[in-house]
Design a protein around this ligand. Structure first.
Ligand SMILES: *Cc1c(COP(=O)(O)O)cnc(C)c1O
Length: 363
């Protein structure tokens, strides 16, 4: 079978080198003669793995010593509940900056546990991040929640908001480890692994220590950051294999040169696609404001949202093994995800196809 180029938004492509490593160690992990899949989570083997993965997270992001690194089940949406359960008790209210589907979902979940203040005027057309001077921040909020990359709408923060001392909480599910981040500017960073750093089943949470010890009494233990950090992320059986895959992906990033390399590649890959869109005289159309266009997820329309033409584009792409390019049903059209594991060469293949399709159909 000829090579498939997977531009899916998640679960997304993993690096080929990582698959080679995983294949080799699947049935004999670390010389133990058994698979990690049947290894005890209370064995020296797993204790070492647990520490190794925490360490590579710390190295890549330069995580300061006063932050805990925790692995939890329940994916990104598990943390939509965990954030208010762990943090809203201080004042009973929280600020949510809603810039797309995912932050809207996070805000909706938080309403179950306290008062939610929507920082931005409500809209159903997400194409921009309003200037911070217009934000309606509540000085009494327990925290301010943002989604640094809206996977569906393709909107990525190009700045870290100034929250005037209120802890900033960020969902980084779809741009985790795509560039350097100053962790000290955040109270909490979290994300599901299956977009940019691994496979489904684990959420990576990085939390500042002074934000622990204030969970609501109803907080389930498996979502309680304090309980889980005390248990070193082995409170119950962790999603060990998903944590291991994340570790292998992060070690791969490190071998390639770390987050500066990932950022450079992301710039290059996303520019390849955005440049074609810009140079197509409106044949391709990216709705998002230029300064906040995502380098991870690139949604665009064809021929003024001509659905028949978009269908033809997707069909032609599939014939060339360029797959999972259909836009999310919330926005329609096309979406190309150019995560860490997607190579420049693969994006060049897509760019070439876009140019040919344009030549053939532009009037
Ligand atoms: C996919 C996604 C989620 C949800 O992740 P699950 O692991 O499926 O719960 C949350 N936030 C963002 C930004 C996402 O892209």
């Amino acid at each position: 079978m000829s090579k498939i180029h997977n531009f899916g938004a998640g679960p997304a492509k993993l690096p080929e080198e990582v698959y080679d490593i995983l294949k080799n160690e699947l049935t004999n992990f670390d010389g133990t003669g058994i698979s990690l899949l049947e290894t005890s989570h209370r064995s020296p083997t797993y204790f070492k793995l647990n520490k190794d993965v925490q360490d590579v997270v710390r190295r890549l992001l330069n995580v300061p010593d006063n932050y805990k690194v925790i692995f939890l089940s329940g994916g990104g949406q598990g943390q939509f509940a965990a954030v208010p359960l762990n943090l809203i008790s201080r004042t009973g209210t929280a600020d949510y900056v809603v810039t797309g589907t995912w932050s809207a979902k996070a805000a909706k979940e938080a309403k179950k546990y306290g008062k939610v203040n929507l920082v931005l005027p409500s809209t159903d057309r997400y194409v921009d991040i309003p200037d911070q001077s217009t934000w309606n921040l509540d000085p009494n909020a327990s925290y301010v929640h943002i989604c640094t990359n809206e996977t569906i709408h393709g909107i990525e923060f190009d700045f870290i908001p100034d929250t005037k001392g209120v802890p900033l909480v960020a969902d980084m599910s779809s741009n985790f480890m795509s560039k350097k981040v100053d962790v000290s500017k955040f109270g909490v960073i979290y994300g599901g692994a299956q977009k940019n750093i691994g496979t489904a089943g684990v959420a990576l949470v990085i939390v500042r220590e002074d934000l622990l010890n204030q969970a609501l009494p109803i907080c389930p233990s498996i979502l309680d950051w304090t309980v889980n950090s005390k248990a070193d992320s082995i409170l119950n059986t962790p999603p060990m294999f998903a944590i291991h895959v994340m570790g292998r992906v992060l070690q791969w990033i490190e071998r390639l040169g770390g987050l500066d390399t990932m950022a450079e590649l992301a710039n290059k890959k996303s520019s390849l696609i955005y440049d074609i869109i810009e140079q197509s005289n409106g044949f391709y159309y990216a709705p998002v404001a230029k300064n906040v266009r995502s380098k991870m997820n690139i949604p665009f329309r064809i021929g003024k949202a001509d659905e028949a033409l978009e269908k033809e584009f997707l069909k032609g792409a599939e014939a060339l093994n360029l797959i999972q390019l259909k836009g999310h049903r919330d926005v329609g059209g096309i979406r190309a995800s150019t995560y860490n594991a997607v190579t420049v060469e693969e994006v060049e293949n897509l760019a070439k196809y876009m140019k040919e399709f344009y030549k053939k159909h532009a009037k």
